[in-house]
Structure formats: structure tokens, C-alpha cells
Design a protein around this ligand. Structure first.
Ligand code: HEM
Ligand code: NAG
Ligand code: NAG
Length: 325
């Protein structure tokens, strides 16, 4: 009798553990095959929508990639950045790092609409953005990787976390290292992910102080060229654009790191990665070895995509990325 009770207790424990393993936990793992049964046409639908948007405007690839970064850095990759402000809700779009700067939300809407057409109500906005960021990199010639999926969408957003978690372009090397490390990303991850600045544009207001005040580590001729479209006086030409990669801003290549080695980083934070400090050797390595840049970048994107996802029954699958259901 006693043995049979203890036996049935053991069986119950094992069965409960199995149930918990499959359904229970908030630490559920993301997986590249998450939608293979529920939405087999997902990946081609996203790829075609991204390709079409980027063929209209090459910069859009950069803008989408950056949205994924700004989503993941604020309470995890949960689509929080995509929520619009309303009279009773403050989202992240007007936070300092995003205001007048984060763009591409209409394209995310179009991609999500294409996904809703093939599998209504199945795929989260957080996952749509993760795949769209990968496709954006691939379309401009960068590395490919398998995107882990199964994220769910937040019902909340945090403007204050967006203000404090996303590093500003005035950051020094220690600030950059610590903001990434707070999210489990190493110094090497930080450097390789900064290689995203091989594509896209920045506003004058993001690099004005550098081109007028930093002479010791800024190429003179680049400084002159950038000053010609970014007036010294605050408030004039603040939104004028310049490419983050001085040579090939619509190719995902390692020229960003070549720029850094020749003091041609556009942002103060860019040049911090090659300024006589601990990350110089990493930058030098990527500047001469495009293959190691590609493979490390892909691995670091997967790692960034793993930051605190909502899984299981947490969050929701938003219908419209701009609002909670
Ligand atoms: C290391 C710390 C980083 C800092 C301080 C930083 C800062 C910035 C700034 C200031 C801009 C220009 C914004 C503007 O003037 O409107 C920018 C653009 C951009 N950032 Fe970063 N960034 C960092 C890391 C990253 C990471 C990790 C990614 C992606 C994984 C990324 C992707 C981009 C892209 C693609 C653009 C161009 C966007 C466009 O053209 O629309 N950045 N970044
Ligand atoms: C975020 O920063 C902006 C600009 O400095 C400020 O107006 C806003 O109040 C900040 N938001 C929060 C919640 O701290
Ligand atoms: C350059 O630095 C000086 C002195 O710190 C400061 O007053 C000035 O506003 C800076 N100029 C720009 C364009 O940031």
C-alpha cells in the first residue's frame, strides 16, 4: 500500500513536470520553427513585403533594422515600440531616442497586413519585426540567419525605459559597454551590432557636436564635407541627413569598421569604438575580415532577439501593431 502511494506520487510528479515543461513556463524558448505548422507562408510573405519597401527606398532597410534594436532594448523584444500614443496611453515613439528619428512604422504596418492576410491572428508584431530586420540586412547584401520565433506582443510600453535604456550618440565607450551589458550583451556584441551603422542615415543634431568640436579623432576632410550640410547653430538644419557609413550606406558590408579605423565615424559613439581603448582590436579585426563581421553579426542579432521575450500566455498577438487588441 505504502509503495503504491509513493509510486503514484512519483508518476504524478513526473506527469506534472512534463506538463510544466511543455506549457508552463515564462522561460519558454523561442524557436525558428514556431510557426511552421500555424503559418507556413509567413517567411515568404515578410520577405516579399520587405523587398518591395526597400526597392522603393533603400534606407528603409536601415530604418527597420533600427526599430528592432529600439524594441528589444526597452523591456525586451515585445513590439512595445510599435504602439501609438493615445490620449490615455504614452508609448515609446516620443521618447528621446525615437522622436523625429525612428521611422518605418507604415512599412511595419504593411508587412503585418501581408502576414494577417495569410494567417490572421497568429503572428506577433514582435516576431514580424524580428524577421523584417533580418530580411532588411539580407536585401542590402548582409548575412542571413534563422530568426527564432514565438515572441508575443506587450500590452504596455515605457517611455522612461526608452529614454534610459537606448544609448545616446554622446555616449562614451564605458557607457556603451554598460548599456549593452545590462541586457546580457558583451562588449564584442556591442561592437559588432554597431556595425549596423554600415547602413542608414543620421540627423545633423546627432553628430553636430562631433563635427565642430572633435578635431583629434575626426578626419579633416570628412569634417568639412559634413559641416557643409550641418550648420553649427543649434536649431538650423537639425534634421539634415548624412550617411553613417561614408562610402556605401546602402550596402551591408564592413566599410563602417574601415571608416572607424580612419577616424571617419560619424557619431561620437561610433568613434568611441576606435579611440585608443579596449575595443580597438575588435574594430580592426572586423575592418580586415568581412567574414568574421558577418558571422559574429548574425550571432549577436540572435542574441539581441532573445532579450526578455513574452512567451506562452503572456502578452497577446496584436491584430494591429499600433494598438492593443
Ligand atoms: C552602440 C550604440 C548605438 C548608438 C549610440 C546608436 C545611435 C544611433 C543614432 C544617433 C542614429 C541616428 C539617429 C538620427 O539621427 O535620427 C542611429 C541610426 C541607426 N542605428 Fe544606431 N546606435 C547604436 C547601436 C545600434 C544598433 C545595435 C543597431 C542595430 C542592431 C543600430 C542600427 C541603426 C541603424 C540601422 C541606423 C540608421 C537608421 C535610419 O537610417 O533610419 N544602431 N543610431
Ligand atoms: C523622456 O525624455 C523626454 C525628452 O527629454 C521627456 O520630455 C520625457 O518626459 C521623458 N519621459 C519620461 C517618462 O521620463
Ligand atoms: C563645442 O564645445 C563648446 C565648449 O564646450 C560648446 O560651448 C559648444 O556648444 C560646442 N559646439 C557644438 C556645436 O556642440
Amino acid at each position: 500500500m505504502a509503495t503504491s502511494i509513493s509510486y503514484s506520487l512519483k508518476v504524478t510528479t513526473i506527469v506534472l513536470s512534463i506538463i510544466f515543461l511543455f506549457f508552463g513556463s515564462s522561460s519558454a524558448q523561442l524557436s525558428p520553427t514556431f510557426y511552421s505548422k500555424s503559418c507556413p507562408r509567413l517567411l515568404p510573405a515578410i520577405k516579399s513585403a520587405v523587398t518591395s519597401a526597400v526597392s522603393k527606398e533603400a534606407r528603409m532597410a536601415a530604418s527597420i533594422l533600427r526599430l528592432f534594436f529600439h524594441d528589444c532594448f526597452v523591456n525586451g523584444c515585445d513590439g512595445s515600440l510599435l504602439l501609438d500614443d493615445t490620449s490615455s496611453f504614452t508609448g515609446e515613439k516620443r521618447a528621446t531616442p525615437n522622436l523625429n528619428s525612428a521611422r518605418g512604422f507604415e512599412v511595419v504596418d504593411a508587412i503585418k497586413a501581408a502576414v494577417e492576410k495569410v494567417c490572421p491572428g497568429v503572428v506577433s508584431c514582435a516576431d514580424v519585426l524580428a524577421v523584417a530586420a533580418r530580411d532588411s540586412v539580407v536585401v542590402l547584401g548582409g548575412p542571413n540567419w534563422n530568426v527564432k520565433l514565438g515572441r508575443r506582443d506587450s500590452r504596455t510600453a515605457s517611455q522612461s525605459a526608452a529614454n534610459t535604456s537606448i544609448p545616446p550618440p554622446t555616449s562614451n565607450l564605458n557607457n556603451l559597454i554598460s548599456r549593452f551589458s545590462a541586457l546580457g550583451l558583451s562588449t564584442r556584441d556591442m561592437v559588432v551590432l554597431s556595425g549596423s551603422h554600415t547602413i542608414g542615415q543620421a540627423r545633423c543634431t546627432s553628430f553636430r557636436a562631433r563635427i565642430y568640436n572633435e578635431t583629434n579623432n575626426l578626419d579633416t576632410s570628412l569634417a568639412q564635407t559634413r559641416r557643409s550640410n550641418c550648420p553649427r547653430t543649434t536649431g538650423t538644419g537639425d534634421n539634415n541627413l548624412a550617411p553613417l557609413d561614408s562610402q556605401t550606406p546602402t550596402s551591408f558590408d564592413n566599410n563602417y569598421f574601415k571608416d572607424l579605423v580612419s577616424n571617419k565615424g560619424l557619431l561620437h559613439s561610433d568613434q568611441q569604438l576606435f579611440n585608443g581603448g579596449s575595443t580597438d582590436s575588435i574594430v580592426r579585426g572586423y575592418s580586415t575580415n568581412p567574414k568574421s563581421f558577418s558571422s559574429d553579426f548574425a550571432a549577436a542579432m540572435i542574441k539581441m532577439g532573445d532579450i526578455r521575450p513574452l512567451t506562452g500566455t503572456n502578452g497577446e498577438i496584436r491584430k494591429n501593431c499600433r494598438r492593443r487588441n
